[in-house]
Every structure is written in C-alpha cells, then in structure tokens.
Write a protein that binds this ligand. Structure first.
Ligand code: SF4
Ligand code: MSK
Length: 629
C-alpha cells in the first residue's frame, strides 16, 4: 500500500515514525482509514438508520423515507441526538467516578487521595449553598460530595451549577424548557425519544439534545473538573515539554493514555517512590520516565508538569518508538489497534478499568480503595519489562518543544488582575479598547481524515494573527504545544500587534492551555466571568467569541459543541458533519438555532476559512470596536 506519510501528519516526529511504519509494514489508523475508503456517504451525512429490524434504512434518490416513514431530517436528528447522549454519558460517567472517590476521600474510607485545594472547596460549598461556619474541612467535603453525586440521579428541579451561568442565559434555558434536571435523566430521555416511533420532530429532538448537552457542560464535565481540582490541585501555569522526544533511551518509559486522573495521579505517586526507583536501577534503567497521551497527558501536564508524548494520533506512534515498556490505559479514545501493534514490540498494553477491557491486553484492574497498591503493581509490571526492550528496535524522534500550560479560569483571573485584585477586568478592557479582537475556544481531537494537527495549527495561527486570543483543551491544545504555540515567545512571531503586546506585558502565550476534554467547562466559566465583569454584554452570546473543533472525531466533541451552542457560542466544526444529508437539520443547526439559543453551528472543513467566519462573527458582536475611544 502506498503510504504518503507527509500527508498524514504535520508533526515531523510523526512523519519520521510513519516512514518506519511504512518500511516495516506496520498497520496504523491511517492505513485502516485508507482500507475503509470509499467510506459510507450515508453514514457521514447522518442519513442511515438502524434503530429497528425493519431497517437498516438509508435515504437517497431511491428512497425518500425509511420503512416506518422516517425522513432524512428525523433520521439525522435522532442520530445527532444519540451522539450527544453518548458524549454526555462518557464525560459524566468520568465525573461520577470522580465524585464517588471524592466522597470516599471525605469519609476517610480510602487512602492515597486527599483534599488539596481547600480554597476551591470553600468556593464550591458557597456555590452549592452549603454553610461553612466553623465546620472542619472533611465535613464540608462530605456535604459537597453528597450534593454533587446526587446531581447524576436527580429527577426534578435544576442542576445546581446552572446558577453559575449568566442570569440572562439561565432565563433563555428556562423559557425554552431545556434547563437540565438530572444528568442521567437527560441521557436516558434522549435514548427513549430516539427509539423507533417516538420523537419525530427535529426541533423537539434538538431541544432535548441541548438539554442533555447542557447536563454535560454545566453538569458532568463541570463536576469532574471541580472535584479533580479540589483533590489534585487547581492547575497553575508551569513549564513542560511536548512530543515523542520526551521518551528516554535509558529509562523505563511508561505512557498513560485515557482520561481519568484518578488513575494517573496514583501512577505519578507510585513511579516516584523510592521502591520503584530502586527496582528500575536493578533492571538496568536510570529511572522511570512517565509521560502521557490524550487527556490523561493534559491532566498530568497541568498539575505536575509531566511532559506529554502526544495527542490522539500519537498513541500508536508512541509504541512504534520501541521504547515504551508499558502503555497504561483507562477509558475513552483508546484505539483497539494498540493491542495488535504492541505485539510487534515489547510494550505491554495494560487496561485498568472494569469498564474498558481490550482483547489481547494485560488487565490489571485499578482499585480506588487501595489505589497506591494497584498503582505500584502496574508500575512494577512496566519496570520489569525493561530488560525485554530490544535496543536495535528503539527509534525515538529527537523532537520536543517547550511550553507553558495550566491556565484554569481562576489562574487567568489572578494573572490578569493580580493576587489581591483578581479580576477579568484587564481582559475585558483590552477587548473593549480593541487590542484583543475576541476570544476563541479551539478544542478537540485528531482524525486521520485530516493531516494530523494541520487544521488546528492553521486555524489557531490565523486567529492569533488577527488578535484573537485562543483558549484550548484536549488534543488541540497538545497540537499547539508540539508546534511551539504554547510559549509566551510565540506571540511575537505569530500574534497580531495588539495580542502580542498583551502577551508580552502579562507574560502569557497567545494560546492558553486550559486542560482536558472535561475542562471545556473551564471555558464556560471563563466566558461567564467575562460577562459578569461587565462591559461586553449580559450574556455569553453577546461576547466577541467563537468555538471550534477542526479535527474532531469523538461523540464527546458533538456533545461539547452542542453545549457551547446552547450556551450561546457560535461553533465551527471541520472534517465532516453528521447531518449534512438533511436540509432540515442544516437549516436548524446552521441558522434557526441562533434565534432561540443565541448560538449556532457551522461546518467548514477549510481551517483558514473557518477561522475567518469565526472572526466575522466576533466582529459582529458588541465589545469589539464599539467601545473604542
Ligand atoms: Fe428504518 Fe424507521 Fe426502523 Fe429507522 S426506525 S431502521 S428508518 S424503519
Ligand atoms: S482525548 S475526545 S481525542 S480531544 Fe480527550 Fe483527544 Fe478528542 Fe479524545
């Protein structure tokens, strides 16, 4: 098979290893993607349905409706709503796991975890209307944990974090009847409504789609972020390094891949223990080198400065270096192809979650009740695998890039306003005086349909060149890190004069790394803080702001996109868009939705054009230029 490696990735480290794969006939996601071509156009456009055994049905010239009479519009809307439900379920089940461990920590029932950020706990308690008084920290934590865990199974009323949104936004949701009740309830209701023969009105389906997505952004994801910060520490800016060059020839390399820091935090602790370091020396290694892929990488990066090996499409490439003793995975975004690929090297693929096993992988189940013990066992397995490494097979690209990461919305507050006058005022003022043209959230995955990282980088460069400050999470943030855009110095090279001046004065990069996928809730909080600061309107939809996921692939991205839109953000996706076979859904998502929600979707695979329509939207909104004196 002809492998055009240069078209596969914009990352030179990836290209180097892709050449090796081509020579050794190793099969990676890009090859499997090619083997799938031509991919199903009905699926890509969202107009195939297999909800019942009268089907599967697909809409085309031959048939304008499914056996039951379902139209392209209904089929596309049901599929889209189910993607939102799946994404919400993934983020929220992550949040639930965190809440459960948080509660056990507060009850003093599990060793290894602690309350690290008491200030954030107090703030959470205030938001949840819990009286602080002279209560001990553990008692407050117990009440916080119970209240937040109950949000998943809540049957009526409103999710508690909804009250964090701007008042006008809350009213919009109430008027439309889409304020989420309980997180699980909204997911279940989508699964019911999209059953054969239930909800067949696209507007009604998408109202529930919005409600469910809001239960993700202002519910499950936000709970995950907040409680992780309390338990593991709220991120603060720190320096680190990115790309496969962070793997070391003379050390035991452990790559953690997945999403939940419940596991990675314990692996960090275990790998730093005297016992494990001595064991490493015994097997002939100089030490233990921990690094990450995808959102686990983001979690370890922003709390410990642990270097990252790469983003989504780097997961297989890390194994191809021949230098990885163990890849430890938990949940989400883990390719099944890793199991077969790891057989070609000495790498042990270790699954750790009862929810996510992979045939061919070694399963060492992570037990939160004795977290450090299981983490030690996992690290030990990796260390003991070091002597099996074949030196001749090792090929670590000599590519790394420095970066500054860890911009929580609290940090932005402090950085801009100072410790004693923490405030978003300087940001608002600089938007109002025109130095900063607007704010963009650029997030999401890699996708082998797109040259790896190229769309992220082109879009982000176009935005910052036009003085738009970028907030980034997930694999998009890691793409920026690998390309040097997460350094303050990059502002001088890539940012427009206004943004460059701010970056230089404050000492921040033009692209702010805000964490993992669940941390998109930080972007919601930052946007809300800008609204509450005043001067730029009284709702998120008034802000000169836009969102994008130029290389998305996961259902989680659709959920994130929908909660951005339902929160009032204009949001542009690239790659393909799974409703384009339905004129009704295109009208609703790309146009009509804005009337009710203040935000809408756009689909534009060209990243430069996408950046330009984001800037057009930013320029239409108040704040930019209107208040220039
Ligand atoms: Fe076909 Fe309708 Fe069944 Fe879907 S629900 S598979 S469109 S008959
Ligand atoms: S890991 S969801 S590939 S951003 Fe959160 Fe990356 Fe997308 Fe997974």
């Amino acid at each position: 098979m002809e492998k055009a490696t240069t078209k596969r990735s914009a990352d030179p480290a990836a290209c180097e290893l892709l050449t090796r794969c081509s020579e050794e006939k190793l099969v990676l996601s890009w090859d499997r993607y090619e083997a799938q071509q031509p991919s199903c156009g009905f699926g890509a456009q969202g107009i195939c349905c297999r909800l019942c055994a009268m089907g599967p049905c697909r809409i085309g010239k031959k048939a304008q409706a499914g056996v039951c009479g379902a139209t392209a519009d209904t089929i596309a809307a049901r599929n889209f709503a189910r993607m939102i439900a799946a994404g919400t379920a993934a983020h929220s089940d992550h949040g639930r796991s965190v809440a459960e461990v948080f509660l056990l920590t507060a009850e003093g029932k599990i060793p290894g975890y602690e309350i690290k950020d008491e200030q954030k706990l107090y703030q959470l308690a205030l938001d949840l209307e819990i009286e602080i008084g002279k209560k001990p920290v553990k008692e407050i934590a117990l009440e916080v944990g119970k209240k937040l865990l109950a949000e998943f199974g809540r049957q009526e009323g409103e999710l508690r974090f909804i009250k964090r949104a701007p008042l006008k936004r809350q009213e919009i949701w109430r008027k439309l009847g889409i304020t989420p009740r309980g997180i699980d309830r909204e997911v279940v209701e989508i699964m019911h409504r999209t059953n054969m023969g239930v909800d067949q009105d696209i507007d009604n389906l998408m109202l529930q789609g919005s409600r469910c997505a809001l239960a993700d952004g202002w519910g499950g994801s936000m709970i995950a972020t907040e409680l992780q910060d309390v338990m593991f520490g709220t991120p603060v800016p720190r320096t680190s390094a990115a790309n496969l060059g962070v793997l070391r020839e003379d050390e035991v390399n452990i790559v953690i891949h997945g999403h939940e820091p419940l596991l990675s935090e314990m692996i960090v602790a275990a790998s730093r223990s005297q016992e494990m370091r001595e064991l490493a020396r015994k097997v002939g290694a100089r030490g233990i080198n921990l690094t990450g892929i995808c959102c686990t990488a983001n979690e370890m990066l922003m709390r410990h400065g642990i270097p990252i090996a790469g983003n989504f499409l780097h997961q297989e490439l890390a194994i191809v270096t021949g230098a990885v003793e163990a890849m430890i995975v938990d949940v989400q975004c883990i390719m099944q192809g890793l199991a077969e690929l790891s057989q070609c090297f000495h790498t042990k693929l270790i699954t750790t979650s009862s929810k996510a096993k992979i045939t061919g992988a070694l399963h060492l189940e992570f037990d939160e009740h004795d977290a450090l013990k299981t983490a030690r066992k996992i690290v030990q397995t990796a260390v003991e695998n070091f002597p099996n490494r074949r030196k001749a097979r090792v090929c670590i690209p000599d590519k790394t890039c420095g970066m500054v990461v860890g911009f929580s919305h609290e940090t932005i507050n402090y950085l801009l306003g100072g410790m004693f006058r923490a405030s978003y005022k300087p940001l608002n003022d600089n938007i109002i005086n025109g130095r900063i043209r607007g704010i963009a959230g650029v997030v999401g995955c890699n996708n082998p349909r797109v040259e790896q990282d190229s769309a992220h980088l082109a879009m982000v460069r176009e935005l910052i060149k036009n003085d738009v400050i970028v907030l980034s999470t997930g694999c998009g943030a890691l793409a920026c890190g690998k390309a040097g855009l997460l350094t303050p110095e990059s502002a001088r090279e890539f940012a427009g004069p206004g943004l460059a001046e701010i970056c230089e004065t404050v000492g921040i990069p033009p692209v702010l790394h805000m964490g993992s996928c669940v941390d998109n809730s930080r972007i919601l909080m930052a946007a809300t803080a800008v609204v509450k600061q005043g001067g730029l309107g009284d709702d998120i939809s008034d802000l000169p702001a836009a969102g994008a996921a130029p290389e998305w692939m996961s259902e989680k991205a659709i959920s994130i996109g929908q909660y951005f839109v339902a929160s009032g953000v204009f949001t542009v996706f690239g790659v393909t868009f799974p409703i384009t076979g339905s004129q009704g859904m295109k009208d609703l998502l790309f146009e009509r939705m804005e009337k009710s929600l203040g935000g809408k979707w756009a689909f534009e695979p060209d990243p430069i054009k996408a950046a330009q329509i984001m800037i057009e939207h930013i320029d239409k909104n108040p704040g930019n230029g209107c208040f220039t004196t």
